[in-house]
Design a protein around this ligand. Structure first.
Ligand code: DLL
Length: 454
């Protein structure tokens, strides 16, 4: 239970201050102890991770220290697929109280299992994230993450209840109903994907609801897909809220692996007392120094049902240590640039969609919805950035200027020629349910979005 919820503390209190503001030596000691416990549990469970540990010469938790971590075997999504659905269990099947997962690519779902204690842990991690956004008992959390197999909806739901807040299980979609619920219930916290926050913001504005005039939202806890600092500004402008990032993945637990604090809104505090984080060079698998982007890799120190040692996420970010205005000592990760497999290679230049987003959305005349089209017709590979203008760039001359400015900005930032196409407002497909699709391939026939000149 929270121990600092009183008076002004209740506004920005930590949910578990002892853990969240633990000094570095204490944290390292705790992690080392829990890592030994994890290794023991994996060895006792048998299975693929135990086999690999034994092959690496590890016969018990007592053999490993934090310094040994880089030499321990890793796990990947392939291991989850190979063991589908219950192959990686470290508890009897009857002790699994819930499964969740993600639809994944190629139609193969990634399923994960939770014990009763895992659900309790997950609830606390999401309560930490909500508290970091300024929520507390008495808050109303409008939860527009999808409910179901996806971890966003139920994860945040359980976290809000754990915190003692009031959760509105709106789920995704049916935006008109979201507007009604927000107008009537006056939530202070909005939880959904950043792209859906934009959609909800547009719908609220259309309904004439703005901050102070029917809106009482203070913060958004937004994640499940990459988004940039520039998108943060657009969301803050549209909704009048502090837009905060929350990160997680089903394999590790779901949302609540890391989250930003209201005070700094500058990088996500990783709950490293439960999720030991490393950043590895995606190619060599060797650890990279703090500050260098690489592949986030997590060891679930305390999870019971499906514990993972050194799970390589494919997500690219960097770590940063140091003091934070909020008082948390938990290591920070930067916003995720994207997944390793989302990287586009255009004429030999590597580019993440988020790098294009940063340039597009830095322009005030550009609306927050955009689509990147990889034009692969005729054996070539060109990148076309389709975006919408806001009222400010409505005239034909202004539109041409906007396009020229964006193309120049993209060339300077990425060293790549990107064609910019300004399309009619409302043309870029909005995401109401699930994760935003920012990239479409165009291999022939009709363009993937109307108004894209052939
Ligand atoms: O997306 C868990 C979640 C739900 C996180 C709600 C935050 C809020 P999965 O469906 O398993 O789980 O997808 C996990 O989504 O490996 C990242 O590639 C991406 N992702 C999640 N959060 C962020 C974020 C949930 N804040 C995959 N920024 C991860 C960038 C994110 N990418």
């Amino acid at each position: 239970m929270p121990t600092t919820r009183s008076g002004t503390d209740s506004e920005f209190g930590m949910f578990e201050p002892e853990a969240e503001s633990m000094p570095a030596e204490g944290m390292a000691e705790l992690q080392a102890r829990r890592l030994r416990g994890l290794v023991d549990r994996l060895l006792a469970a048998g299975g693929v991770q135990a086999g690999r540990l034994r092959a690496a010469g590890v016969t018990g938790g007592g053999d490993v220290s934090l310094a040994d971590l880089p030499g321990l075997p890793v796990t990947t999504k392939q291991d989850l697929w190979d063991g589908y659905p219950f192959g990686l269990l470290a508890v009897p099947r009857e002790d699994v109280v819930a499964v969740h997962g993600s639809s994944g690519t190629g139609g193969r779902p990634t399923l994960v299992s939770y014990s009763r204690a895992d659900i309790a842990l997950w609830s606390r991690m999401c309560a930490r994230a909500l508290a970091a956004a300024g929520a507390g008992p008495g808050s109303i959390v409008h939860n527009a993450y999808g409910y179901g197999l996806f971890t966003g909806g139920l994860g945040i739901h359980q976290g809000a209840i754990e915190l003692g807040a009031t959760v509105v299980p709106a789920s995704g979609g049916m935006t008109a109903r979201q507007v009604t619920l927000i107008a009537d219930l006056r939530p202070d916290i909005l939880t959904c994907t950043p792209s859906y926050a934009i959609r909800i913001g547009e719908a609220l504005a259309e309904a004439g609801l703005t901050q102070g005039h029917g809106l009482s939202l203070r913060a958004g806890v937004l994640g499940a897909e990459p988004w940039t600092q520039e998108m943060r500004v657009k969301i803050a402008d549209l909704l009048g809220i502090r837009a905060l990032d929350i990160y997680g993945l089903s394999e590790v637990i779901g949302p609540g692996v890391a989250a930003e604090c209201y005070q700094a809104a500058d990088g996500l505090h990783v709950n490293e007392d439960h999720f030991l984080v490393e950043v590895l060079d995606p190619v060599t698998g060797e650890p990279v120094p703090d500050g260098t982007p690489g592949e986030l890799t997590f060891s679930t120190l305390t999870k019971e049902a499906m514990p993972l040692l050194r799970y390589r996420t494919g997500d690219i970010a960097a770590l940063r240590r140091g003091d934070c205005a909020c008082g948390r000592t938990l290591v920070k990760m930067t916003k995720v640039a994207g997944r390793r497999d989302d990287m586009l290679v255009i004429r030999g230049v590597n580019v993440y969609p988020s790098e294009v987003e940063r340039v597009l959305l830095a322009e005030t005349g550009v609306a927050p919805d955009y689509l990147l089209v990889v034009d692969e017709r005729d054996g070539q590979r060109e990148l076309i950035a389709c975006c919408e203008r806001t009222g400010a760039a409505a005239t034909a001359g202004a539109e041409a200027d906007l396009r020229a400015a964006l193309e120049r900005g993209l060339r300077e930032a990425l060293g790549l020629r990107v064609r910019v196409q300004v399309v009619e407002p409302g043309t870029v497909p909005r995401t109401e349910v699930g994760k935003a699709v920012r990239v479409r391939r165009w291999t022939g026939g009709e363009p993937p979005i109307p108004g894209l000149a052939v």
